[in-house]
Design a protein around this ligand. Structure first.
Ligand SMILES: Nc1nc2c(c(=O)[nH]1)N=C([C@H](O)[C@H](O)COP(=O)(O)OP(=O)(O)OP(=O)(O)O)CN2
Ligand SMILES: [Zn+2]
Length: 143
């Protein structure tokens, strides 16, 4: 029996949210110095694009790594229902005490997807375009 080919499957979603960069671990002065305009108490918004990539063997019977309908559902549960048209800092409990940088948003999405997926070991990458110029990647690595 020959080894099954490994493929990568990506689905993209976009969501809109507002936030303010303010860390509870820093003083008000430090927050202003580090985050400058992004520390404005009025907050600001982004149209985020998120790409979730699945990596795994192509099933010989279904011809799929994962059914895209399942990935769509996982992304709705983990991303769209939780963050779309929300204030990340006020509406998402995870960010009540954690600064809502895109790095932290990416880790939050990874952990949330892992909790919803039938086989979380297939999750390969979460990539977020915060703006057209600012892009974050998280692959579940920790040190
Ligand atoms: N490491 C991080 N640094 C910054 C983050 C972040 O999430 N991680 N976030 C911000 C701000 O929230 C915001 O995203 C910065 O936006 P802005 O400077 O407006 O974005 P652009 O670089 O695309 O804007 P231009 O002014 O057109 O260059 C800041 N830092
Ligand atoms: Zn921002």
């Amino acid at each position: 029996m020959s080894a099954r080919p490994i493929a990568y499957l990506t689905r993209r979603e976009t969501f809109s949210a507002c936030h303010r960069l303010h860390s509870p671990l820093l003083t008000d002065e430090e927050n202003l110095q580090i985050f400058s305009k992004c520390n404005n108490p009025n907050g600001h918004g982004h149209n985020y694009t998120v790409e979730v990539t699945i990596r795994g063997p192509i099933d010989e019977k279904t011809g799929m790594v994962m059914n895209l309908c399942d990935l769509k559902l996982y992304m709705e549960q983990s991303i769209m229902n939780v963050m779309d048209h929300k204030n990340l800092d006020k509406d998402v409990p995870h960010f009540h005490h954690l600064v809502s940088t895109t790095e932290n948003v990416a880790v939050f999405i990874w952990d949330s997807l892992s909790a919803h997926m039938a086989n979380p070991s297939l999750l390969y990458e979460v990539k977020i375009f915060e703006t057209e110029k600012n892009i974050m990647i998280y692959r579940g690595e920790r040190e």
